[in-house]
Unconditional design. Sequence first.
Length: 94
Amino acid sequence: MNKTYNETLLALLKLYNKSSGGHIGGGISVLLPLYTLFDSTFNVDNDLLVFSKGHCVAALYTVLNVAGYISNAELNTFNSPNGTRLGAHTPSGL
């Protein structure tokens, strides 16, 4: 991970602010478990993450960015009306 948890939390809040809203409380509630999972045990080559809390997907995108799987440029397209693969609900196969 290239940021601390607190830096990741700040990045999530900035993402919500930039996208003009979202489910902030829910995103914060799953951020620490996601951060811990990707920082320690999750192996993207062998493990599968079933993320059924779709309204909190901004937290997942933020952690994927911090872990190096989503670029800053792509993260900034979150919930864009101009088209993005980072929509407001969890996609399959990200």
